[in-house]
Design a protein around this ligand. Structure first.
Ligand code: CP
Ligand code: NVA
Length: 320
C-alpha cells in the first residue's frame, strides 16, 4: 500500500466490509490456519511493520496480532498510553501523521470510537480497530469463523458463509461493544440476535450502527433469549473503562449468568462463546464455559488466524 493509495481501507467497524469480503476473509483464514498447523512458512508481509497502540489492557489482542505479524514475516512496534506521548496529550491527529509515516499498518485499542476515527482520518496506512467502547470487530470475525468451522464447513473443508443465514445468536448480558458488533454482523450476514440485557444496559441501535431492526429481537428474560439458539454468547458485566460502575452492575446483572439451564433450552448442538477474559460465577457458570458446548479456546486461537487474513487483505489485497 502506497501513501495516498485510493484503495486504502480501514477496518474500524464490522460494517466496513461487505458479505462477499467476509466470505473471502474466512477462506483465507482457513488456508492460513492450515499452513500454520502444518508448520509451513508463509511470509507475505516481510519488511512490513505493524504498530499496535494500546490504551486499555489486553492479552489475546496483543499476542494474536504480534505473533501473527511475526509469522507472516513482518515486525511489530508496541505502544501504550503510559510509555508514549499519547499519554501526554499529543493530539491524536499528530500521532497518526507521524506513526503512519513509519509503519505499514496500525492496530488501536482505545476508548471512544471517535478517537480511532480521528486517527484513521489522518493516517497514511490502514487502521484496524482492536476494541473501542463501541465495537470489537476483530473478535466477531474470530467468533464467526469459529462457528463456521464447527457448524458450516463441508467434508472437504470448504467454508459455507450461507450456514449463518437464518441462525439465532443469543446475546445475554451488557449492551456493549461486543453486542453492537454482533448486531452489525447479523445485518450483513443474515442471522438474528436475541438480545437480553438488564434494564438500563440495553443496546442502542443508533450506537450499534444498524439500519434494519429485524436483525435483532429483545427479550426481558435471558432464558427466553436462549430458547432455540444456535449460539449462546456473553461477555463481562463490566467492560474496560466502566470500572466505576462495578458494584451497581454486579447487582443489575445477577440474573444474566449463562448457566446449564440456559444452554438446555438452546438447540442441542448450540455452541457457547465468550470473547474472554471471563469471570466464572458471574456472566457464565464454570460448568458452561468449561463444558462440552464451549468453543472459547478455539475462538481465542482463531483471533490470530483471522487477523492474519485481515492484515494480508488490507496490505496486499486479494491473493490470486
Ligand atoms: N477478547 C479480547 O479482546 O481479549 P483481550 O482483552 O485479552 O485482548
Ligand atoms: N466488553 C469487553 C471486551 C473485552 C475483550 C471490554 O470492552 O472490556
Amino acid at each position: 500500500m502506497k501513501p495516498g493509495d485510493s484503495l486504502m481501507r480501514h477496518y474500524l467497524q464490522f460494517k466496513d466490509f461487505r458479505a462477499e469480503e467476509y466470505a473471502y476473509l474466512f477462506e483465507r483464514a482457513s488456508i492460513i490456519k492450515r499452513r500454520f498447523k502444518n508448520y509451513e512458512r508463509y511470509q507475505p508481509l516481510a519488511d512490513r511493520t505493524l504498530a499496535m497502540i494500546f490504551e486499555k489492557a489486553s492479552t489475546r489482542t496483543r499476542v494474536s496480532f504480534e505473533a501473527g505479524m511475526y509469522q507472516m514475516g513482518g515486525s511489530v512496534v508496541h505502544l501504550t498510553t503510559g510509555d508514549s506521548q499519547l499519554g501526554r496529550a499529543e493530539p491524536i491527529e499528530d500521532s497518526a501523521r507521524v506513526i503512519s509515516r513509519m509503519v505499514d499498518l496500525v492496530m488501536i485499542r482505545t476508548f471512544e470510537q471517535t478517537k480511532i476515527e480521528r486517527f484513521a482520518a489522518h493516517s497514511r496506512v490502514p487502521v484496524i480497530n482492536g476494541l473501542t467502547n463501541e465495537y470489537h470487530p476483530c473478535q466477531i470475525l474470530a467468533d464467526l469463523f469459529t462457528f463456521i468451522e464447527q457448524r458450516g464447513m463441508d467434508r472437504r473443508g470448504v467454508i459455507d458463509l450461507d450456514c449463518l443465514k437464518g441462525r439465532v445468536v443469543a446475546w445475554v448480558g451488557d449492551g456493549n461493544n461486543m453486542a453492537n458488533t454482533w448486531l452489525q454482523a447479523a445485518e450483513i450476514l443474515g442471522f438474528t440476535v436475541h438480545v437480553s440485557t438488564p434494564s438500563g444496559y440495553e443496546i442502542d441501535p443508533a450506537v450499534a450502527g444498524i439500519k434494519n431492526a429485524s436483525c435483532y429481537k429483545v427479550f426481558k428474560d435471558p432464558l427466553e433469549a436462549c430458547r432455540g439458539a444456535d449460539l449462546v454468547t456473553t461477555d463481562v458485566w463490566t467492560s474496560m473503562g466502566y470500572e466505576a460502575e462495578n458494584e451497581a452492575r454486579r447487582t443489575a446483572f445477577a440474573d444474566w449468568c449463562v448457566d446449564a439451564e440456559m444452554m438446555a433450552v438452546a438447540k442441542p448442538d448450540a455452541l457457547f462463546m465468550h470473547c474472554l477474559p471471563a469471570h466464572r460465577g458471574e456472566e457464565v457458570s464454570a460448568e458452561v464455559i468449561d463444558g462440552p458446548q464451549s468453543a472459547v479456546w478455539d475462538e481465542a486461537e482463531n483471533r490470530m488466524h483471522v487477523q492474519k487474513a485481515l492484515m494480508e487483505y488490507l496490505l496486499l489485497g486479494r491473493i490470486g
